[in-house]
Ligand binder design. Structure first.
Ligand code: CA
Length: 223
């Protein structure tokens, strides 16, 4: 059982989430105004905050930014704005996960369970976790904002660390229908993947170029 605070101004959605969370054994309360969210966090000391981006008064992004100055409370953002996702998860704001609206309450509950599980002390485990059902990859509990292709490439490399993947092999993994995909397309996906990994794990490198052969994934953690 965990206490969950839901910051959501649409009563129907809020009620649905309360019901589903209750079925999963969690106790949820609702705050509908942006200005009251931080006070409610302080008063109720929830184990997790479900935070809608679009709230009257103060919006979810401003709330998250202020919360992160003082608290590492797990936060799952509810957003209808797909273009916000990179920022939400990035270093700037640091949400733990997000769910896009419209969502199924079941999906929200599954994310809540996953984030709560991650919060439990097991920090010494492997840094990457693959969620095959959701097609997501987490680094130290934070989801990487990957495209489907990037997910496939990284998932394959994670499954066989140290193995050299040729560009042809990576092309196969991409399952692209395009007839004219070239080595350069692989390189550009790998470049994007590296950038996203660098965003979430600054100063570390994971995907190494092997001259004339392809790429190899290795976790070499810095200090
Ligand atoms: Ca809203």
């Amino acid at each position: 059982m965990a206490r969950v605070l839901i910051a959501e101004d649409e009563p129907k959605i809020a009620r649905l989430l309360v019901d589903y969370l209750a079925q999963a054994g969690h106790e949820a309360s609702v705050v509908g105004e942006g200005d009251r969210v931080l006070a409610a966090v302080a008063a109720e000391a929830p184990a997790l905050l479900l935070l809608d981006v679009m709230l009257p008064g103060r919006d979810g992004l401003a709330i998250l930014r202020e919360l992160r100055r003082v608290s590492a409370l797990p936060v799952i953002m509810l957003t209808a704005r797909v273009e916000e996702i990179d920022r939400l998860l990035g270093l700037e704001l640091g949400a733990d996960d997000y769910v896009c609206k419209p969502f199924s309450p079941r999906e929200v509950v599954a994310r809540v369970q996953a984030v709560l599980r991650r919060g439990q002390p097991a920090a010494a485990g492997p840094p990457f976790a693959v969620d095959e059902l959701a097609q997501r990859i987490h680094y130290r509990g934070r989801p990487l904002p990957l495209t489907v292709t990037e997910y496939r490439l990284l998932q394959a490399m994670l499954a066989q660390p140290g193995r050299i993947f040729s560009r042809d092999r990576l092309l196969d993994l991409m399952h692209d229908d395009l007839r004219d995909v070239t080595d350069r397309v692989v390189d550009s996906h790998v470049r994007n993947l590296r950038r996203k990994l660098e965003d979430i794990a600054p100063g570390q490198s994971f995907i190494h170029s092997v001259y004339g052969a392809g790429y190899r994934f290795e976790v070499v953690e810095g200090p």
